[in-house]
Design a binder for this molecule. Structure first.
Ligand code: HEM
Length: 454
């Protein structure tokens, strides 16, 4: 093993790496990835991936890859230089490869310029009250289900719902389509796995086709009746970039919307459920603390993102021969940034397995460099709105059992988290609104809110 500064080099123990990846991919590994990440990091900052390329585990090394100019994303040109592989030639992977996160300059620069700052201050300010109303409604539904059945699945009632409601609100997609959107995005993400199986690729291909039908229909409708929504704006923008070629404009808008659906729903849902699990587990000390200190809701969202990032792996390729953490890496070699392992690097975060809302939880859950997540503002708004609604609605909230997870390595997904409350059902709401609710008091709502907020 070599060492450069405090970044250590690579291990040659491929068998150990394979065994760790197998564990990470299993439902058990997903429910408890911490020992796997720990062992991976102990093998080195840069490990050979069993299928070629490298896994990057240390925080600083990951950061260098994400921000460095000598790293690119594996675009279609790179894929064409590789030996034929089902992984990259699968229809779902090809469709994703045309989207923003798989573009390099100049195409990437051109698309980012067209998008601008998706969630600037004004956009977030106009979305905040509407997202808060949705958050409050689904949290009320959670309370109703707990009252009726004694417990409820947080994922299906709340965690999955808020992102699709918020994204639907932003893109102006009616609620009748939301269940379908959730369904096809859950299935599409398989193509982004590190080593998808044939079956997963087939499932993903079917989902991609459903997305094509759905979003091209939506784009057609917006062409016929443009509105003041992002999709209508993007159509106008790309029509100007491709004068006389509406099909090219439509394809660009489709690629964008398809990617945004996957990028926003799957990730934010995991953030919502992770936050509740991390706050309420172990007797709920963190939940109780946050109820006493609701001004730290945003810090709780950031610490959740650090502690358990919704995306576990991201990939880059070397633009030229280079050296990373003492490991020589040849041009075109792929490296996988292991966010989870990096987030628990004790060289970056002291006592990394402590969920500490007050720590400086700098993280790379939204990536870094020129591909930094464009939806971070919306994801944070959703997290804030949800925790605010929960804190105002429940005095107690506790898991009935540990969460269950999909067996994945890239997009983390909690499939179920059963929760309950010890609150008195006769007095279901918190005695006072603990955290400021951007939606204001509930419409015609709770007398407590009415008396306390004139
Ligand atoms: C907790 C929620 C989210 C997480 C953890 C997350 C994470 C990420 C990550 C890791 C990347 C890749 C960055 C890189 O390659 O360096 C990314 C890119 C992106 N995300 Fe997010 N994301 C979230 C929510 C959203 C939402 C809500 C939207 C849109 C509404 C969105 C839109 C995008 C877009 C458009 C990109 C591509 C940026 C580019 O390649 O230039 N994301 N996100």
């Amino acid at each position: 093993m070599t060492a450069v500064g405090d970044i250590s080099g690579t291990t040659t123990d491929r068998r150990a790496v394979i065994s760790l990846l197998r564990r990470l991919r299993s439902p058990e590994g997903q429910s408890n990835p911490w020992p796997v990440w720990e062992q991976m990091r102990s093998l080195g900052d840069v490990l050979p991936a069993p299928w070629g390329g490298y896994l990057v585990t240390g925080y600083d090394a990951c950061d260098q890859v994400l921000r460095g100019r000598n790293w690119l994303v594996p675009d279609l040109a790179w894929q064409a230089r590789q030996p034929p592989s089902e992984r990259w030639q699968a229809p779902a992977a090809q469709a994703m490869s045309r989207t923003l996160f798989r573009l390099n300059a100049p195409d990437h620069t051109c698309q980012r310029r067209g998008l601008g700052n998706l969630f600037d201050r004004n956009t977030l300010a106009s979305l905040a009250p509407r997202v808060a109303v949705h958050a409050r409604r689904i949290v009320d539904e959670l309370a109703d289900r707990i009252r009726d059945d004694g417990e409820a699945d947080f994922v299906t009632v709340v965690g999955d719902q808020l992102p699709v409601l918020a994204t639907g609100e932003w893109l102006d997609i009616p609620a009748r389509h939301h269940a379908h959107m959730l369904d096809f995005t859950h299935r599409q993400v398989h193509s982004q796995e590190l080593l998808p199986t044939k079956t997963e690729l087939a499932v993903s291909a079917q989902a991609t086709e459903e997305m094509r039908v759905f979003f091209t229909g939506l784009i057609r409708e917006r062409r016929e009746a443009p509105g003041d929504d992002p999709i209508s704006h993007w159509i106008r923008y790309w029509d100007e970039q491709f004068p006389g070629d509406p099909a090219a404009a439509d394809q660009t808008v489709f690629d964008l919307v398809m990617f945004i659906a996957v990028a926003s729903l799957e990730t934010s849902a995991t953030l919502m459920t992770n936050a509740v699990w991390l706050l309420t587990r172990d007797g709920g000390a963190a939940w109780n603390w946050l109820r006493e200190h609701p001004e730290h809701v945003e810090d709780a969202v950031e610490e959740t993102l650090r502690y358990d990032p919704p995306v576990h792996v991201n990939s880059r390729i070397a633009a030229a021969d280079t050296v990373l953490a003492g490991t020589p890496i040849a041009k075109d070699q792929m490296v996988h940034v292991m966010y989870g392992a990096a987030a628990h690097d004790p060289r970056r975060h002291e006592d990394p397995y402590r969920f500490d809302i007050l720590r400086d939880s700098s993280h790379m859950a939204f990536g870094g460099g020129i591909h930094y997540c464009l939806g971070a503002g919306l994801a944070r708004l959703e997290g804030r709105s949800l925790l605010t609604a929960l804190l105002n609605r429940f005095q107690t909230l506790r898991p009935v059992s540990v969460p269950t997870y999909a067996p994945r390595m890239v997009f983390r997904r909690v499939t179920s988290l059963k929760v309950t409350t010890d609150d008195d059902p006769a007095a279901p709401r918190a005695p006072r609104p603990l955290a400021e609710d951007p939606a204001g008091p509930p419409a015609g709502g709770c007398p407590v809110h009415r008396t306390q907020r004139p």
